[in-house]
Design a protein around this ligand. Structure first.
Ligand code: 2HG
Ligand code: ZN
Length: 445
Protein backbone atom coordinates (compact mmCIF):
# COMPACT_ATOMS: atom_id res chain seq x y z
CA UNK A 1 0.00 0.00 0.00
CA UNK A 2 2.67 2.51 1.13
CA UNK A 3 4.83 1.52 -1.84
CA UNK A 4 2.01 2.35 -4.25
CA UNK A 5 1.39 5.67 -2.54
CA UNK A 6 5.05 6.61 -2.88
CA UNK A 7 5.17 5.55 -6.53
CA UNK A 8 2.11 7.68 -7.24
CA UNK A 9 3.63 10.67 -5.42
CA UNK A 10 6.87 10.30 -7.40
CA UNK A 11 4.97 10.11 -10.70
CA UNK A 12 3.01 13.24 -9.76
CA UNK A 13 6.26 15.10 -9.04
CA UNK A 14 8.43 14.17 -12.03
CA UNK A 15 5.88 12.84 -14.54
CA UNK A 16 5.12 9.17 -15.19
CA UNK A 17 7.75 8.94 -17.93
CA UNK A 18 10.51 9.72 -15.46
CA UNK A 19 9.72 7.08 -12.84
CA UNK A 20 11.18 3.86 -14.21
CA UNK A 21 9.75 0.78 -12.57
CA UNK A 22 10.16 -1.88 -15.27
CA UNK A 23 13.29 -4.03 -14.74
CA UNK A 24 14.65 -3.49 -18.26
CA UNK A 25 14.36 0.31 -17.95
CA UNK A 26 15.94 0.32 -14.48
CA UNK A 27 18.75 -2.00 -15.46
CA UNK A 28 21.28 0.54 -16.87
CA UNK A 29 21.14 2.47 -13.58
CA UNK A 30 21.49 -0.57 -11.34
CA UNK A 31 25.02 -1.73 -12.06
CA UNK A 32 28.36 0.04 -12.02
CA UNK A 33 30.83 0.30 -14.86
CA UNK A 34 33.35 -2.14 -13.39
CA UNK A 35 30.76 -4.91 -13.12
CA UNK A 36 31.46 -5.33 -9.42
CA UNK A 37 28.42 -3.62 -7.87
CA UNK A 38 24.77 -4.18 -8.75
CA UNK A 39 21.43 -4.08 -6.93
CA UNK A 40 17.75 -3.74 -7.81
CA UNK A 41 16.20 -0.30 -7.29
CA UNK A 42 12.68 0.19 -5.97
CA UNK A 43 12.35 2.67 -8.85
CA UNK A 44 14.56 5.00 -10.85
CA UNK A 45 13.42 8.62 -10.55
CA UNK A 46 14.65 11.29 -12.95
CA UNK A 47 13.78 14.80 -11.70
CA UNK A 48 14.21 17.78 -14.03
CA UNK A 49 15.19 20.48 -11.54
CA UNK A 50 15.95 21.30 -7.92
CA UNK A 51 12.29 21.87 -7.06
CA UNK A 52 11.51 18.32 -8.19
CA UNK A 53 14.48 16.96 -6.24
CA UNK A 54 13.24 18.63 -3.05
CA UNK A 55 9.77 17.15 -3.59
CA UNK A 56 11.16 13.67 -4.33
CA UNK A 57 13.40 13.69 -1.24
CA UNK A 58 10.55 15.00 0.94
CA UNK A 59 8.24 12.23 -0.34
CA UNK A 60 10.88 9.57 0.28
CA UNK A 61 11.56 10.98 3.77
CA UNK A 62 7.86 10.79 4.58
CA UNK A 63 7.81 7.13 3.53
CA UNK A 64 11.15 6.35 5.17
CA UNK A 65 12.33 5.22 1.73
CA UNK A 66 16.12 5.15 1.27
CA UNK A 67 17.63 7.03 -1.68
CA UNK A 68 20.79 6.41 -3.71
CA UNK A 69 21.77 9.54 -5.70
CA UNK A 70 23.48 8.91 -9.04
CA UNK A 71 25.25 11.12 -11.57
CA UNK A 72 27.06 9.69 -14.58
CA UNK A 73 27.48 6.30 -12.86
CA UNK A 74 31.24 6.25 -13.39
CA UNK A 75 32.05 5.64 -9.71
CA UNK A 76 34.21 2.69 -8.71
CA UNK A 77 33.24 2.09 -5.07
CA UNK A 78 29.56 1.16 -5.40
CA UNK A 79 28.32 4.47 -3.91
CA UNK A 80 26.07 5.35 -6.84
CA UNK A 81 24.23 2.08 -7.46
CA UNK A 82 21.50 0.48 -5.33
CA UNK A 83 22.30 -2.17 -2.79
CA UNK A 84 18.71 -3.42 -3.08
CA UNK A 85 15.33 -1.72 -2.68
CA UNK A 86 16.37 1.97 -2.66
CA UNK A 87 14.95 4.73 -4.82
CA UNK A 88 17.65 5.49 -7.39
CA UNK A 89 17.67 9.28 -7.82
CA UNK A 90 19.30 10.10 -11.15
CA UNK A 91 20.49 13.72 -11.36
CA UNK A 92 21.42 13.52 -15.02
CA UNK A 93 18.60 15.77 -16.25
CA UNK A 94 19.94 18.67 -14.16
CA UNK A 95 22.56 19.28 -16.81
CA UNK A 96 22.41 23.04 -17.45
CA UNK A 97 25.66 24.98 -17.49
CA UNK A 98 25.19 28.73 -17.03
CA UNK A 99 27.14 31.65 -18.44
CA UNK A 100 30.65 32.06 -17.12
CA UNK A 101 30.94 35.03 -14.77
CA UNK A 102 34.10 36.68 -16.08
CA UNK A 103 34.76 38.79 -12.98
CA UNK A 104 35.02 35.76 -10.69
CA UNK A 105 35.89 33.16 -13.37
CA UNK A 106 33.08 31.02 -11.95
CA UNK A 107 30.22 29.16 -13.56
CA UNK A 108 27.06 27.48 -12.24
CA UNK A 109 26.72 23.91 -13.40
CA UNK A 110 23.84 21.54 -12.71
CA UNK A 111 24.72 18.31 -10.90
CA UNK A 112 24.04 16.35 -14.09
CA UNK A 113 26.34 18.38 -16.37
CA UNK A 114 29.23 16.25 -17.55
CA UNK A 115 32.83 17.16 -16.88
CA UNK A 116 33.26 17.50 -20.66
CA UNK A 117 30.40 20.04 -20.80
CA UNK A 118 31.98 21.99 -17.97
CA UNK A 119 35.32 21.94 -19.79
CA UNK A 120 33.68 23.21 -23.02
CA UNK A 121 31.91 26.04 -21.20
CA UNK A 122 35.18 27.07 -19.59
CA UNK A 123 37.07 26.90 -22.90
CA UNK A 124 34.42 29.00 -24.66
CA UNK A 125 35.10 31.75 -22.09
CA UNK A 126 38.87 31.48 -22.54
CA UNK A 127 39.21 29.62 -19.24
CA UNK A 128 39.82 26.07 -18.07
CA UNK A 129 37.94 23.74 -15.70
CA UNK A 130 41.17 22.84 -13.86
CA UNK A 131 40.15 19.20 -13.51
CA UNK A 132 40.31 16.27 -15.92
CA UNK A 133 40.22 12.49 -16.04
CA UNK A 134 39.37 9.64 -18.41
CA UNK A 135 35.62 9.43 -17.65
CA UNK A 136 35.10 13.11 -18.62
CA UNK A 137 32.29 12.38 -21.12
CA UNK A 138 30.07 10.64 -18.57
CA UNK A 139 31.16 11.76 -15.09
CA UNK A 140 28.99 14.61 -13.79
CA UNK A 141 29.70 17.73 -11.76
CA UNK A 142 27.47 16.47 -8.91
CA UNK A 143 29.30 13.15 -8.79
CA UNK A 144 32.70 14.82 -8.97
CA UNK A 145 31.75 16.99 -6.01
CA UNK A 146 30.09 14.23 -3.97
CA UNK A 147 33.22 12.09 -4.39
CA UNK A 148 35.76 14.95 -4.23
CA UNK A 149 37.23 13.59 -7.47
CA UNK A 150 40.87 14.21 -8.29
CA UNK A 151 42.41 13.09 -11.56
CA UNK A 152 45.71 13.89 -13.16
CA UNK A 153 45.63 17.66 -12.75
CA UNK A 154 45.04 17.68 -8.98
CA UNK A 155 48.81 18.05 -8.62
CA UNK A 156 48.54 21.66 -9.76
CA UNK A 157 44.92 22.63 -9.18
CA UNK A 158 43.85 20.50 -6.22
CA UNK A 159 40.94 18.05 -6.15
CA UNK A 160 37.31 19.00 -6.88
CA UNK A 161 37.14 20.54 -3.40
CA UNK A 162 39.38 23.36 -4.64
CA UNK A 163 37.06 23.94 -7.62
CA UNK A 164 33.87 24.31 -5.54
CA UNK A 165 33.11 27.97 -4.95
CA UNK A 166 29.66 27.10 -3.61
CA UNK A 167 26.85 24.63 -4.08
CA UNK A 168 23.17 23.93 -3.82
CA UNK A 169 21.95 20.73 -2.17
CA UNK A 170 18.79 19.11 -0.91
CA UNK A 171 18.95 17.86 2.69
CA UNK A 172 17.36 14.65 3.95
CA UNK A 173 14.15 16.39 5.01
CA UNK A 174 13.65 17.86 1.53
CA UNK A 175 14.84 21.39 2.29
CA UNK A 176 17.31 22.96 -0.12
CA UNK A 177 20.34 25.00 0.88
CA UNK A 178 22.06 27.27 -1.63
CA UNK A 179 25.52 28.78 -1.11
CA UNK A 180 26.41 29.94 -4.62
CA UNK A 181 26.88 33.62 -3.99
CA UNK A 182 30.18 34.00 -5.80
CA UNK A 183 31.46 35.89 -2.77
CA UNK A 184 34.95 34.62 -2.00
CA UNK A 185 35.04 35.55 1.66
CA UNK A 186 32.10 34.14 3.57
CA UNK A 187 32.85 32.84 7.04
CA UNK A 188 29.39 33.34 8.49
CA UNK A 189 28.98 30.09 10.36
CA UNK A 190 29.78 26.52 9.42
CA UNK A 191 30.90 25.80 5.87
CA UNK A 192 28.10 23.46 4.78
CA UNK A 193 29.25 23.13 1.15
CA UNK A 194 32.66 21.98 2.41
CA UNK A 195 30.91 19.31 4.47
CA UNK A 196 29.00 18.04 1.46
CA UNK A 197 32.08 17.78 -0.76
CA UNK A 198 33.26 14.18 -0.47
CA UNK A 199 30.19 13.07 1.52
CA UNK A 200 29.19 10.66 -1.27
CA UNK A 201 25.48 11.39 -1.13
CA UNK A 202 25.18 10.57 2.57
CA UNK A 203 24.53 14.10 3.89
CA UNK A 204 22.58 15.72 1.07
CA UNK A 205 21.81 15.50 -2.63
CA UNK A 206 23.97 17.98 -4.54
CA UNK A 207 21.88 19.67 -7.24
CA UNK A 208 24.18 22.42 -8.57
CA UNK A 209 27.74 23.62 -8.10
CA UNK A 210 29.37 27.00 -8.62
CA UNK A 211 32.70 26.00 -10.08
CA UNK A 212 35.86 28.07 -9.81
CA UNK A 213 37.64 28.02 -13.17
CA UNK A 214 41.34 28.66 -13.79
CA UNK A 215 43.29 30.49 -16.52
CA UNK A 216 43.73 28.56 -19.75
CA UNK A 217 47.32 27.49 -20.35
CA UNK A 218 47.47 26.66 -24.07
CA UNK A 219 51.14 25.73 -24.38
CA UNK A 220 51.58 22.12 -23.31
CA UNK A 221 54.19 19.44 -23.54
CA UNK A 222 54.14 15.83 -22.36
CA UNK A 223 57.00 13.43 -21.71
CA UNK A 224 56.96 9.73 -20.97
CA UNK A 225 60.07 8.96 -18.92
CA UNK A 226 61.45 5.43 -18.37
CA UNK A 227 63.09 4.93 -14.98
CA UNK A 228 64.98 2.19 -13.17
CA UNK A 229 62.81 2.12 -10.03
CA UNK A 230 60.28 4.03 -7.94
CA UNK A 231 62.99 5.90 -6.00
CA UNK A 232 64.22 7.35 -9.30
CA UNK A 233 60.64 8.35 -10.08
CA UNK A 234 60.38 10.17 -6.73
CA UNK A 235 63.71 11.93 -7.43
CA UNK A 236 62.40 13.04 -10.83
CA UNK A 237 59.26 14.40 -9.20
CA UNK A 238 61.34 16.37 -6.68
CA UNK A 239 63.41 17.83 -9.54
CA UNK A 240 60.29 18.79 -11.47
CA UNK A 241 58.75 20.45 -8.43
CA UNK A 242 61.92 22.51 -7.99
CA UNK A 243 62.80 23.30 -11.61
CA UNK A 244 59.51 23.20 -13.51
CA UNK A 245 57.06 25.85 -12.26
CA UNK A 246 54.72 24.88 -15.12
CA UNK A 247 54.35 21.31 -13.81
CA UNK A 248 50.73 20.20 -14.24
CA UNK A 249 50.68 16.39 -14.03
CA UNK A 250 53.01 13.57 -12.97
CA UNK A 251 51.39 10.13 -13.18
CA UNK A 252 53.10 6.74 -13.11
CA UNK A 253 52.68 3.16 -14.27
CA UNK A 254 54.82 0.04 -14.35
CA UNK A 255 56.04 -2.10 -17.22
CA UNK A 256 53.58 -4.99 -16.69
CA UNK A 257 50.69 -2.51 -16.74
CA UNK A 258 52.07 -0.96 -19.91
CA UNK A 259 52.26 -4.41 -21.50
CA UNK A 260 48.61 -5.07 -20.62
CA UNK A 261 47.65 -1.77 -22.29
CA UNK A 262 49.82 -2.40 -25.37
CA UNK A 263 48.28 -5.86 -25.83
CA UNK A 264 44.79 -4.49 -25.36
CA UNK A 265 45.23 -1.61 -27.82
CA UNK A 266 47.59 -3.55 -30.14
CA UNK A 267 50.23 -0.85 -29.97
CA UNK A 268 54.04 -1.00 -30.10
CA UNK A 269 56.12 0.01 -27.08
CA UNK A 270 56.52 3.81 -26.84
CA UNK A 271 60.07 3.63 -25.50
CA UNK A 272 63.01 1.26 -26.17
CA UNK A 273 64.66 -0.16 -24.19
CA UNK A 274 61.71 -0.76 -21.88
CA UNK A 275 61.93 0.41 -18.26
CA UNK A 276 60.53 -1.00 -15.00
CA UNK A 277 58.80 2.30 -14.10
CA UNK A 278 57.32 5.08 -16.25
CA UNK A 279 56.40 8.61 -15.27
CA UNK A 280 54.22 10.67 -17.57
CA UNK A 281 54.80 14.38 -17.06
CA UNK A 282 52.84 17.33 -18.45
CA UNK A 283 53.88 20.97 -18.29
CA UNK A 284 51.48 23.79 -19.21
CA UNK A 285 52.01 27.52 -19.54
CA UNK A 286 51.12 30.73 -21.38
CA UNK A 287 54.35 30.59 -23.39
CA UNK A 288 56.48 27.76 -24.73
CA UNK A 289 57.30 25.22 -22.02
CA UNK A 290 59.39 22.73 -24.04
CA UNK A 291 62.69 24.19 -22.88
CA UNK A 292 61.60 24.16 -19.27
CA UNK A 293 60.81 20.46 -19.65
CA UNK A 294 64.08 19.70 -21.44
CA UNK A 295 66.04 21.42 -18.66
CA UNK A 296 64.17 19.56 -15.93
CA UNK A 297 64.52 16.16 -17.65
CA UNK A 298 68.23 16.51 -18.47
CA UNK A 299 69.54 13.22 -19.91
CA UNK A 300 66.47 11.19 -18.92
CA UNK A 301 65.37 8.23 -21.08
CA UNK A 302 62.19 9.83 -22.46
CA UNK A 303 59.89 10.36 -25.40
CA UNK A 304 58.33 13.80 -25.74
CA UNK A 305 54.94 14.76 -27.21
CA UNK A 306 54.58 18.37 -28.33
CA UNK A 307 51.56 18.54 -30.61
CA UNK A 308 48.10 17.52 -29.42
CA UNK A 309 48.09 14.14 -31.18
CA UNK A 310 51.42 13.06 -29.72
CA UNK A 311 50.44 14.23 -26.26
CA UNK A 312 47.17 12.31 -26.45
CA UNK A 313 49.00 9.21 -27.72
CA UNK A 314 51.23 9.22 -24.65
CA UNK A 315 48.38 9.91 -22.21
CA UNK A 316 46.38 7.09 -23.78
CA UNK A 317 48.95 4.62 -22.46
CA UNK A 318 48.26 5.82 -18.92
CA UNK A 319 44.52 6.42 -19.19
CA UNK A 320 43.80 3.07 -20.87
CA UNK A 321 44.92 1.11 -17.83
CA UNK A 322 41.34 1.01 -16.48
CA UNK A 323 39.92 -0.25 -19.78
CA UNK A 324 42.70 -2.83 -20.32
CA UNK A 325 42.24 -4.16 -16.79
CA UNK A 326 38.46 -4.38 -17.27
CA UNK A 327 39.02 -6.41 -20.44
CA UNK A 328 41.12 -8.85 -18.38
CA UNK A 329 38.51 -9.40 -15.64
CA UNK A 330 36.49 -7.86 -12.82
CA UNK A 331 39.12 -6.14 -10.69
CA UNK A 332 39.04 -5.22 -7.03
CA UNK A 333 39.88 -1.50 -7.18
CA UNK A 334 41.67 0.01 -4.23
CA UNK A 335 42.31 3.70 -4.71
CA UNK A 336 44.73 4.57 -1.93
CA UNK A 337 47.20 7.28 -0.92
CA UNK A 338 50.61 6.82 0.70
CA UNK A 339 53.32 9.31 1.68
CA UNK A 340 55.78 9.60 -1.23
CA UNK A 341 58.81 8.54 0.80
CA UNK A 342 57.08 5.21 1.48
CA UNK A 343 55.76 4.60 -2.01
CA UNK A 344 58.50 2.23 -3.22
CA UNK A 345 58.24 -0.05 -0.17
CA UNK A 346 54.46 0.04 -0.40
CA UNK A 347 54.35 -1.07 -4.05
CA UNK A 348 56.73 -3.97 -3.33
CA UNK A 349 54.71 -5.06 -0.32
CA UNK A 350 51.42 -4.90 -2.27
CA UNK A 351 52.81 -7.00 -5.08
CA UNK A 352 54.09 -9.62 -2.67
CA UNK A 353 50.82 -9.72 -0.69
CA UNK A 354 48.63 -9.99 -3.78
CA UNK A 355 50.79 -12.64 -5.42
CA UNK A 356 50.85 -14.70 -2.22
CA UNK A 357 47.05 -14.68 -2.41
CA UNK A 358 47.29 -16.18 -5.89
CA UNK A 359 46.07 -12.97 -7.57
CA UNK A 360 47.62 -10.34 -9.84
CA UNK A 361 48.24 -6.67 -9.00
CA UNK A 362 48.28 -3.89 -11.59
CA UNK A 363 49.69 -0.74 -9.99
CA UNK A 364 49.53 2.76 -11.42
CA UNK A 365 48.34 6.21 -10.42
CA UNK A 366 49.06 9.84 -9.74
CA UNK A 367 52.67 10.02 -8.56
CA UNK A 368 52.55 13.67 -7.53
CA UNK A 369 49.66 12.95 -5.13
CA UNK A 370 51.05 9.68 -3.72
CA UNK A 371 47.82 8.22 -5.13
CA UNK A 372 48.06 4.56 -6.17
CA UNK A 373 45.33 2.67 -8.00
CA UNK A 374 45.82 -0.88 -6.77
CA UNK A 375 43.87 -3.11 -9.17
CA UNK A 376 43.67 -6.75 -8.12
CA UNK A 377 42.69 -9.36 -10.68
CA UNK A 378 41.73 -12.91 -9.77
CA UNK A 379 41.15 -12.40 -6.04
CA UNK A 380 38.79 -14.70 -4.13
CA UNK A 381 36.75 -12.88 -1.47
CA UNK A 382 37.87 -9.68 0.23
CA UNK A 383 40.87 -10.86 2.26
CA UNK A 384 43.38 -9.41 -0.16
CA UNK A 385 41.58 -6.03 -0.14
CA UNK A 386 41.92 -5.89 3.62
CA UNK A 387 45.57 -6.97 3.50
CA UNK A 388 46.40 -4.18 1.01
CA UNK A 389 44.51 -1.56 3.03
CA UNK A 390 46.42 -2.64 6.15
CA UNK A 391 49.68 -2.02 4.26
CA UNK A 392 48.38 1.49 3.53
CA UNK A 393 47.46 2.09 7.17
CA UNK A 394 50.87 0.87 8.40
CA UNK A 395 52.48 3.55 6.24
CA UNK A 396 50.28 6.40 7.42
CA UNK A 397 48.27 6.60 4.19
CA UNK A 398 44.58 6.75 3.35
CA UNK A 399 42.24 3.95 2.23
CA UNK A 400 40.59 6.35 -0.23
CA UNK A 401 42.33 9.09 -2.21
CA UNK A 402 40.00 10.18 -5.03
CA UNK A 403 37.33 7.53 -5.70
CA UNK A 404 35.62 7.66 -2.29
CA UNK A 405 34.87 5.07 0.37
CA UNK A 406 31.51 4.03 -1.01
CA UNK A 407 30.23 0.65 0.07
CA UNK A 408 33.42 -1.01 -1.15
CA UNK A 409 35.59 0.24 1.70
CA UNK A 410 33.13 1.39 4.37
CA UNK A 411 33.95 -1.50 6.69
CA UNK A 412 37.64 -0.54 6.68
CA UNK A 413 37.27 3.19 7.40
CA UNK A 414 38.69 2.69 10.90
CA UNK A 415 42.01 1.58 9.41
CA UNK A 416 42.93 5.18 8.57
CA UNK A 417 40.38 7.23 10.55
CA UNK A 418 40.44 7.39 14.35
CA UNK A 419 37.59 6.41 16.67
CA UNK A 420 37.08 10.09 17.52
CA UNK A 421 36.89 11.04 13.85
CA UNK A 422 34.38 8.31 13.06
CA UNK A 423 32.27 9.26 16.10
CA UNK A 424 32.18 12.86 14.81
CA UNK A 425 31.21 11.64 11.33
CA UNK A 426 28.40 9.52 12.78
CA UNK A 427 27.14 12.47 14.85
CA UNK A 428 27.01 14.66 11.73
CA UNK A 429 25.24 11.93 9.78
CA UNK A 430 22.65 11.43 12.56
CA UNK A 431 22.02 15.17 12.82
CA UNK A 432 21.53 15.73 9.09
CA UNK A 433 19.88 12.42 8.21
CA UNK A 434 18.23 11.01 11.35
CA UNK A 435 16.27 8.39 9.38
CA UNK A 436 19.42 7.24 7.53
CA UNK A 437 17.71 7.49 4.14
CA UNK A 438 20.53 9.16 2.19
CA UNK A 439 22.79 6.56 0.59
CA UNK A 440 22.71 4.19 3.57
CA UNK A 441 25.70 1.86 3.78
CA UNK A 442 28.05 4.19 1.92
CA UNK A 443 31.03 5.72 3.79
CA UNK A 444 29.82 4.65 7.27
CA UNK A 445 29.09 0.92 7.49
C1 2HG B 1 42.50 6.79 -13.18
O1 2HG B 1 43.33 7.48 -12.61
C2 2HG B 1 41.17 6.57 -12.54
O2 2HG B 1 42.70 6.33 -14.31
C3 2HG B 1 40.73 5.09 -12.51
O3 2HG B 1 41.15 7.12 -11.26
C4 2HG B 1 41.65 4.21 -11.75
O4 2HG B 1 40.77 2.20 -12.73
C5 2HG B 1 41.31 2.71 -11.76
O5 2HG B 1 41.62 2.04 -10.76
ZN1 ZN C 1 42.94 8.25 -10.80
Amino acid sequence: MAADTLARRLRDIVGAGHVLSEPDLREPYEGDWSGRFRGAARAVVRPADTAQVTAVVAACAEHGAPIVPQGGNTGLVGAGVPRGGEVLLSLRRLDAVGDVDAATAQVDAGAGATLAALQSAAAAAGLDAGIDFGARDSATVGGLTAADAGGRRALRHGTMRARVAGLEAVLADGRAIDRRTGVLKDNAGYDLPALLVGSEGTLGVITAVRVQLVPRLPERVVALVGLGDVEEAADLLARLRRDAPSLECADFFLDDGLQLVLDHLRLPAPLEPRAPVYVIVELAGRGDVTEELADALGEAHAVVGIDGTDRDRLWRLRESHTEAIAAAGVAHKLDVGVPLDRLAGFLDAVRETVEEAGARAVLFGHLGDGNVHVNVLGAEGDDVDEAVLRLVAERGGTISAEHGVGVAKARWLSLTRSEAEIAAMRAIKRALDPQNILNPGAVLA
